[in-house]
Write a protein that binds this ligand. Structure first.
Ligand code: NDP
Length: 292
């Protein structure tokens, strides 16, 4: 039986997008048209869906988007030239290169080529370092969205023990840094952690970013824990294909005090924070720009 309160990511994302819409209107009144450039390389079907959704969402909140679709055989130099052009274009405020890139292109070199002030994914080393130093920088969309869900749910997070399961550069590590900045005590678990479930049972907050369907069940949770499930895993069940998280929702929601569903939890927040980052980037660039 489920006792946990459902953390509604769709509703939270709608609130964030309404905030963005208001900011877009304010910027437009100053003569600035917030613009996001999205670069898609190759023909990975999932990447096409992600890009389409990002462009659609941008349009809904009044952000102009520019799409650049390049063939899978594009050279690294051609891609880097495009990024240079976008870096230099004062009318482009955010640059997003959809990952993964084809194997012959060094992903890291591409991410490092993006002007950190236009790095709306927050993956550039200057932004990663800035986050770790507690500076105000562009931060990765998924963990930033998770932090917002937690703050909306719990208010001040100071002193709470957060366990992040997973240490990837795009979710686990920045999540840990953001929670630390929000004054949590943070434990990060990974595939080499010993007694991971026992460590996790000490957590007031659990953020699961593992990529393993339903790995975290009630046996990993302290009663009353708040659970954020980042995982998106496609499985075959009862003869049909469905999306499930890294958390066993049925089991965990009997013990947790609040929990995100999959889908409808973290996913919508990721895209909402991409829009928010585009706005932050536009503001930063115009605040820094010399008067014409
Ligand atoms: P990665 O595969 O990059 O990282 C997974 C992490 O989980 C690694 O750090 C790994 O440890 C750790 N791990 C693996 N097995 C275990 C285990 N048995 N116990 C503890 N830790 C373990 O994945 P991502 O971070 O990119 O993504 C995680 C999940 O989040 C995926 O399902 C992905 O689809 C989803 N996702 C969802 C998004 C959204 O918008 N909702 C956005 C981004 C991702 P180690 O480092 O030791 O290998």
């Amino acid at each position: 039986m489920s006792t946990a309160r459902l953390i509604d990511g769709k509703a939270a994302a709608a609130t964030v997008l309404a905030e963005v819409r208001g900011d877009v209107d304010a910027l437009e009144a100053e003569g600035i048209e917030p613009t996001l450039a999205v670069v898609l390389v190759g023909d990975d079907p999932a990447s096409h869906v992600y890009v389409r959704n990002k462009v659609l969402r941008a349009g809904e909140v009044g952000i102009r988007s520019l799409e650049y679709r390049l063939g899978a055989d594009v050279s690294a130099d051609e891609l880097l030239e495009l990024i240079e052009r976008l870096n230099a274009d004062r009318d482009v405020h955010g640059i997003l290169v959809q990952l993964p890139l084809p194997r012959h292109i060094d992903e890291n070199a591409v991410l490092e080529a993006i002007d950190p002030r236009k790095d709306v994914d927050g993956f550039h080393s200057e932004n990663v370092g800035g986050l770790s130093q507690g500076r105000e920088v562009l931060t990765p969309c998924t963990p930033t969205g998770c932090l917002r869900l937690l703050q909306d749910s719990l208010g001040d997070l100071s002193g709470l023990h957060a366990v992040v399961v997973g240490r990837s550069n795009i979710v686990g590590k920045p999540m840990a840094a953001l929670l630390l900045q929000a004054n949590c005590s943070v434990t990060v678990l990974h595939s080499r952690s010993r007694d991971a479930a026992a460590l996790c049972r000490q957590a007031d907050i659990v953020v699961a970013a593992v990529g393993r369907p339903r790995m975290i069940d009630a046996g990993w949770l302290k009663p009353g824990a708040v659970v954020i499930d980042v995982g998106i895993n496609r499985i075959e069940e009862d003869g049909r294909s469905r999306l499930v998280g890294d958390v066993d929702f049925a089991s965990a929601s009997a013990l947790a005090s609040a929990i995100t569903p999959v889908p409808g939890g973290v996913g919508p927040m990721t895209i909402a924070y991409l829009m928010k980052n585009t706005l932050i980037a536009a503001r930063l660039q115009h605040a820094a720009a010399p008067e014409a």
